[in-house]
Design a protein around this ligand. Sequence first.
Ligand SMILES: Cc1cc2nc3c(=O)[nH]c(=O)nc-3n(C[C@H](O)[C@H](O)[C@H](O)COP(=O)(O)OP(=O)(O)OC[C@H]3O[C@@H](n4cnc5c(N)ncnc54)[C@H](O)[C@@H]3O)c2cc1C
Length: 272
Amino acid sequence: MIVCFVEGDELSAQAVGFARALGPVRAVTFAGAYQPAAWAAALAAQEAEAIVAAGSDRGNELLAHVAAVLDQPFAANVVALDGDTVMRVRWGGSLLEEARLHGAPKLLTVAPHTQPAVETGEVEVLDAPDDGSPKALERVEESSGGVSLRDAKVVVSGGRGVGSAEGFGVIEELAGLLGGAVGCSRVVTSAGWRPHTDQVGQTGTKISADLYIACGISGATQHIAGAKGAKKILAINSDPEAPILASADYAVIGDLHEVVPAISAELRRVRG
Ligand SMILES: Cc1cc2nc3c(=O)[nH]c(=O)nc-3n(C[C@H](O)[C@H](O)[C@H](O)COP(=O)(O)OP(=O)(O)OC[C@H]3O[C@@H](n4cnc5c(N)ncnc54)[C@H](O)[C@@H]3O)c2cc1C
């Protein structure tokens, strides 16, 4: 029997689809506040050939806890399983790795959007007694603007080239004119210029905007991992050799402190 943890979302429905290809599936969930250690202990106590979850933040965290409880290996972001051999996504989607998954039960999460979603069917609510371990009592969505980065149709992002927290004024202005959200690179969050919730990339948000405007961002693989879901990318960069140009549909080579305000001014002029 395959035990599949579900949360009632699209990624969970994909995980169930993956699990069904392996054998009969028991879809399970928990009621109440998220308590990873307690939920993991309850999952670990199930009789299962494999324990599967979506490759979401929560799915990966929970399965990592299960792996610790059972002292078994865990493969995250799997796209295929054949016997002991897993194929899994690494490095933000830029590498497919074939690996051996020893141990029983097999513990794995399913790479998002690599499997079709299926009807989850009946979901059993497992009991997870409160063991006093940390639990999430409240979830507060932090947002620096009105539009969420994940859902925005336009994202205007700034990198090291912006130069300072104050420099983001021109980025915010353009994002506001386009009804979009502000994003940034990790250099920017590390410098404390913007909150981590604004970060686009492998360890930030993966966007799916119609248009991504990357200003003063070099285009490191880890950044592109979060930006490649955008339908069109416009790069504004002073360096004609910047790696981001390889991913961009359009580019303006120039100083963003001149180019971005010029675009905003033109938008204002056209709109009267
Ligand atoms: C495990 C791991 C995870 C990571 N996760 C992420 C992630 O999620 N997101 C992320 O972004 N990074 C991530 N990184 C960091 C990533 O590798 C890069 O270091 C980072 O993306 C670089 O940020 P940047 O492009 O802003 O800075 P830089 O690479 O320094 O690039 C700055 C760019 O600005 C241009 N520029 C400078 N001045 C101007 C100007 N006045 N006008 C126009 N252009 C100008 C330069 O030509 C250059 O191209 C991760 C790294 C690791 C190791």
